[in-house]
Design a protein around this ligand. Structure first.
Ligand code: SF4
Length: 321
């Protein structure tokens, strides 16, 4: 069984009109099957492809960027490989983007990533009621069943007309309830706490993103830089009230993407904290810099969700507190 958010049906890549194309700014890994296909190409394009390939320290093939762009992105911001060889001969990562595919025991979840401008527009303009499908199959993994049930109850209780901080409280209550049931199935000892992050934690997390995480874009670096001073708390509560509707949509996206991941670590508090930080930190950055919350949230997704090293560092930070 494959589940996807309801809004996935209306997704359409903006292609040449995209304001932040996914074909620039990061290393484009070429999977082995595609690299093998390219190695047999004796056309001019094939020669260009072969001379653009390099190998990274983990032995992955990738395209060397030109001016920080994929060398096959043409002047109209369209992919030459897609045009001349067909989408099926683009690399797997290009065919999958912007989808995240999570395989769980008994079902799969496919979610469009918020880093994509087209997805961001859809996520922040669609209501959350009914957008995220309930898992209706029962898994052989009892922990997963606990998590899917608690997540469904959480979605049923979340209301986008309610202040975002109240929905975040519901998230921690759901994580706590799931943890009690999981502990009965598989006791694992000390776990992360179940309290939403306070203002000072958000400031310190913005510092961590700036000082410790890998940073991909200048725009993100500049937004974070502005937050590296003592930030005024005054007005933040009001900001949260005014922006609750979009924050709740961002919250629903992160709940859907991460609540079930505790199946691997059995630490529901850590994922609740990560979800809350992923909404409240973009809110803090937006509050301080004046950049729209939706754009801060989209950039956060691009910088964090697509970088396994950043995700790992953040998980380690959360579980070390
Ligand atoms: S970021 Fe999204 S809209 Fe832009 S080119 Fe990539 S898939 Fe298309």
């Amino acid at each position: 069984m494959i589940y996807s958010p309801g809004y996935s049906k209306i997704f359409e890549c903006l292609a040449g009109a995209c304001p932040d194309t996914c074909c620039a700014g990061w290393e484009i890994i070429i999977d082995e099957a595609t690299a093998l296909y390219y190695s047999g190409l004796n056309t001019d394009l094939g020669q260009r492809i072969k001379s653009s390939l390099a190998t990274d320290t983990e032995n992955n093939n990738y395209f060397k960027l030109h001016d920080n762009r994929c060398p096959f992105l043409n002047g109209d911001d369209l992919c030459e490989i897609h045009i001349h060889l067909g989408e099926e001969h683009t690399s797997k990562v290009c065919r999958q983007h912007p989808w995240f595919i999570e395989e769980y025991e008994g079902f799969t979840e496919k979610t469009l990533g918020l880093s994509c401008p087209a997805v961001s527009r859809i996520v922040f303009s669609s209501g959350i009621a009914g957008a995220y499908p309930e898992v209706t199959v029962s898994s052989d993994d009892e922990v997963l069943n606990v998590l899917t049930k608690e997540r469904s109850k959480l979605f049923a209780a979340m209301d986008e007309n309610r202040p975002a901080d109240e929905n975040i409280d519901l998230l921690f209550a759901a994580a706590g309830s799931a943890q009690i049931k999981i502990d009965e199935l598989e006791p694992v000892g000390t776990m992360c706490g179940f309290a939403p992050p306070v203002f000072e934690e958000l400031c310190s997390f913005a510092g961590f993103l700036f000082n410790n995480c890998e940073i991909l874009t200048e725009k993100w670096k500049n937004l974070l830089r502005v937050c590296q001073v003592k930030l005024p708390k005054e007005g933040f509560e009001n900001y949260l009230k005014i922006n609750s509707a979009v924050m709740n949509r961002g919250l629903a996206y992160y709940v859907y993407r991460y609540f079930l991941k505790a199946v691997n670590t059995l630490d529901c508090g850590a994922y609740a904290k990560f979800i809350a930080l992923s909404v409240l930190t973009p809110a803090l950055i937006s509050f301080v810099t004046g950049e729209a919350f939706e754009e801060c949230c989209r950039l956060y997704s691009k910088e964090i969700e697509h970088c396994p090293d950043n995700l790992e560092m953040i998980y380690d930070l959360i579980t070390s507190i």
